[in-house]
Design a protein around this ligand. Structure first.
Ligand SMILES: Cc1cc2nc3c(=O)[nH]c(=O)nc-3n(C[C@H](O)[C@H](O)[C@H](O)COP(=O)(O)O)c2cc1C
Length: 480
């Protein structure tokens, strides 16, 4: 049975020795964040803070901060399964003939099992109030120069104002006062797009911020799913079972019924205020930038909610592990458009949008550049600053292998692509303008004559089979 909520997730983490409880009093102002960072930098467990100064609510952090914890939460070991399920759905044809249709029924029912199901009530509707406030929630201040307290793992729900397709995105929110916060949805993200469409229609956009829910729903909010795919459906596809939803009380939105807390309200795209600074994924403080304001109109919550949070900063912290799952789960989708792609890696140190390595099975000249250009046109991969493309004999997860390929198969002038004035990640501290900068691609595949490499390809050094077998058979005798 898939994990239904954060309480069940904690039980599973506990069974696997993946969580520790801190019972002494800790402060949501800076102290918890520093504990969480130290925990992550030393590969520590998830932490449940049971005694938070001035608050009557526990705080959970680093819950997704290891591959093991993500395997437990998403109940799978091979994350490529997630993307593969979507690819399989796109391939599903509706056969003609009654018998053939019957044969396809198990596949069809697998798909409908993933649809969200609306309920009249759920754990999150245990307490509802129009008299809502951020004041009694232990929202953290993470870094000394942060502009204040930030919700960092809120799943921000909006609906496309025209198509009604539901989105969830994790966008940080800076608390302004008891009922206002600033919504940091970056320009290229779907939340910002929904907000801009609402602005054009002269409307405010109904928005809910969800704390907790099924681990798959948290993952789904961060995942850059293909345009038009409902994130609630994606959560169901991930966990092979549809999530339960309930309607909000003060706005027209559905939210996960198994959430801990739901903040209801709206974002006014015309009420723009200064957001930041905030100590970010890059390891730098993102400077002050204008973002729209969220106004709280109601709250739904459990009787015993847990406030789920995360802390970002110089990699490698919790978000790096979530990024690794995204990298693996989206490989089948990348292959759907670029079948030559063999493997893909976004090293965590490059905060994911900074640097990615792709291996391909190259068949024709210029193919590495075709792949780079394709990926720079694909969803959030368009924000990736640098791509390195290597042959399929290179292990993209081994940086030494990749450096070897770059230094032995790439010529700087011939194989480097620079494209100026392209969209960049809002957080990129190096781009000349916010959201606009350049891309670099390195084609580190072995070059052919057609690609301008006129020399003979040098033979790679490799041991012969006889010597290898001889040394293998005597290895234990050498006394090494
Ligand atoms: C901890 C964490 C914090 C994030 N904060 C932000 C943020 O403040 N703004 C933003 O645009 N994306 C942020 N992201 C990335 C988005 O959640 C991610 O791009 C997601 O796919 C949302 O994009 P979409 O609305 O286009 O689907 C964050 C991701 C993580 C893991």
């Amino acid at each position: 049975m898939p994990i239904e909520d954060i309480h069940e997730f904690i039980k599973e983490l506990e069974k696997n020795g993946e969580i520790k409880r801190i019972k002494i009093e800790v402060d949501s102002n800076l102290e918890i964040a520093e504990i969480l960072r130290r925990g992550m930098y030393s590969n520590g467990p998830a932490i449940l803070f049971e005694n938070v100064k001035n608050y009557n609510m526990p705080v959970l952090g680093n819950a997704f901060g290891s591959m093991k914890r993500l395997e437990i939460g998403l109940e799978m070991k091979d994350f490529t399964e997630i993307g593969q399920r979507i690819v399989d759905m796109t391939k599903m044809d509706m056969p003609s003939g009654f018998l053939n249709k019957i044969k396809k029924l198990p596949e069809l029912s697998k798909m409908t099992d993933s649809f969200p199901k609306q309920e009249n009530a759920g754990p999150v509707t245990e307490i509802t109030s129009n008299n809502a406030s951020f004041d009694d929630i232990p929202i953290l201040k993470s870094w000394p120069n942060d502009a204040g307290r930030f919700i960092t793992l809120g799943l921000v729900a909006t609906k496309h104002p025209e198509t009604g397709v539901r989105n969830l995105g994790v966008f940080r929110m800076q608390i302004v006062d008891s009922t206002h916060a600033l919504m940091h949805w970056q320009k290229h993200k779907r939340g910002a797009q929904h907000s801009e469409i609402s602005k054009d229609r002269g409307e405010k956009i109904p928005t809910a911020i969800i704390i907790g829910g099924e681990p798959a729903t948290v993952f789904s909010s961060i995942a850059p799913v293909p345009e038009g795919l409902d994130k609630y459906l994606f959560a169901g596809i991930t966990r092979k079972k549809g999530i339960k939803t309930v309607k909000c009380k003060t706005i027209d939105l559905e939210v996960p019924a198994n959430a801990e807390i739901v903040f209801e309200g709206y974002v006014d795209p015309k009420d723009i205020r200064e957001e930041g600074p905030f100590g970010d994924h890059t390891g730098y403080y993102t400077p002050v930038e204008p973002y729209p304001t969220f106004t709280l109109t109601g709250i739904m919550r459990r009787k015993d909610p847990i406030y789920v949070t995360t802390v970002v900063g110089k990699p490698i912290l919790e978000d790096a592990y979530i990024g690794k799952v995204i990298e693996q789960s989206f490989l089948p989708l990348i292959r759907m458009f670029h079948p030559e792609v063999v493997d893909f890696s976004m090293p965590a140190a490059g905060w994911f949008q900074g640097f990615a390595i792709i291996s391909i099975k190259k068949r024709y000249p210029g193919q590495a550049k075709k792949v780079m250009m394709g990926l720079w046109g694909m969803g959030q991969l368009s924000l990736t600053k640098m791509f390195v493309v290597v042959d399929d004999d290179i292990n993209v997860h081994d940086i030494n292998d990749v450096i070897w390929a770059i230094t032995t198969r790439a010529d700087a002038a011939r194989d480097t692509v620079i494209i100026n004035n392209t969209p960049t990640d809002t957080l990129d501290p190096a781009s000349p303008l916010v959201n606009l900068g350049s891309k670099m691609g390195i084609d580190a595949t072995q070059k052919t004559k057609e690609e301008g490499y006129q020399r003979e390809i040098q033979q790679q050094v490799k041991v012969d089979t006889n010597t290898k077998n001889l040394v293998d058979s005597k290895w234990s005798d050498y006394g090494l």
